[in-house]
Design a protein around this ligand. Structure first.
Ligand code: ZN
Length: 297
């Protein structure tokens, strides 16, 4: 019998659980709201136990912050999240002991990056970034084939970008830093600044050149720090596809020809791209995490 893997995209709003081997072979899938840890994790455990064929391994891409370091006692724990009830919840450990299979664990954005590497827009590169722009801004990175962790894990939405209060008097929406990149450019910032959610603003709205400007400043930092071969931009805000050419043009202007790479000068449309797996990157990436942990033994 062919092996099947389980994957969980564990978001702060909803959990998506799937069983299968990849994009063309999802055998079963369920989606439910993230409530209390007991109820939510219990729901996931029942889903996987009820499958006709038992899963060989499980992958979890989790909202965070998390502890992604297998060498620590708190590995697989959601740490300092503001989400009530979820602080210090050992999501990986609970699922591993309930299901009795190896469990691969990472951040939601690293999982999405892995999914895009395995089946999507980053199959041909080993060093790239997946950035999500939605209710928050977060980034996952693969560096020479390995998902990047370090002290903890990257937080690509929480650095400051130049913010001219005369051009944009909105003070920023991040509870920790005010006008960090996430505070200026994530979905809630767009809605607070303009009084309407981004999905309702027309393409010609002033919101978009400003949004492209902030995101391009963010990407400039990512390009200069990590030197990725591609940047995939996912998340709800990036469903507004007209942002892509605006961001590419602005990024090219900001870099000012300093970094000599064809990807940045002549092939920018292949450098900043949408996810090929669309909204499926997260859950498919979790399946790819399961596949990895199963192969590693
Ligand atoms: Zn912040």
């Amino acid at each position: 019998m062919m092996k099947v893997y389980g994957g969980i995209e564990a978001g702060g709003t909803k959990f998506v659980c799937a069983v299968g081997r990849g994009p063309g072979s999802i055998e079963n899938e369920i989606e439910f709201s993230t409530t209390t840890p007991d109820e939510t994790i219990g729901h996931a455990v029942r889903f996987f136990r009820d499958q006709p064929a038992p899963i060989t391994a499980l992958g979890i891409g989790a909202f965070g912050p998390v502890d992604p370091d297998p060498g620590t006692p708190t590995y697989g724990t959601i740490t300092s999240t503001p989400k009530p009830g979820w602080q210090d919840v050992d999501i990986r450990g609970r699922l591993a002991s309930a299901l009795g299979v190896p469990v691969g664990f990472d951040t939601d954005v690293n999982a999405a990056a892995l999914g895009e590497h395995r089946w999507g827009a980053a199959q041909d590169v080993e060093t790239f970034v997946y950035l999500t722009v939605g209710t928050g801004i977060g980034g996952g990175a693969m560096v020479q084939g390995r998902l990047l962790h370090g002290l903890v894990h990257p937080e690509m939405g929480h650095f400051h970008v130049p913010h001219d209060l005369e051009v944009d008097s909105f003070e920023g929406a991040c509870p920790f830093h005010g006008d960090c990149l996430e505070g200026l450019a994530a979905g809630p910032a767009i809605e607070e600044r303009w009084g309407e959610p981004g999905e309702e603003l027309p393409e010609g709205h002033l919101a978009w050149p400003l949004e492209a400007h902030y995101l391009a400043l963010g990407l400039m930092a990512v390009v200069c720090v990590l030197s990725p071969k591609r940047i995939i931009l996912g998340g709800g805000v990036m469903r507004r596809r007209h942002l892509f050419p605006m961001i590419r043009a602005e990024l090219q202007d900001l870099l000012a020809g300093y970094i000599q790479a064809e990807a940045l000068t002549e092939r920018m449309e292949r450098f900043v791209v949408p996810p090929a797996l669309g909204d499926r990157a997260g859950v498919l990436g979790a399946i790819a995490l399961a596949e990895r942990v199963a192969l590693e033994g």
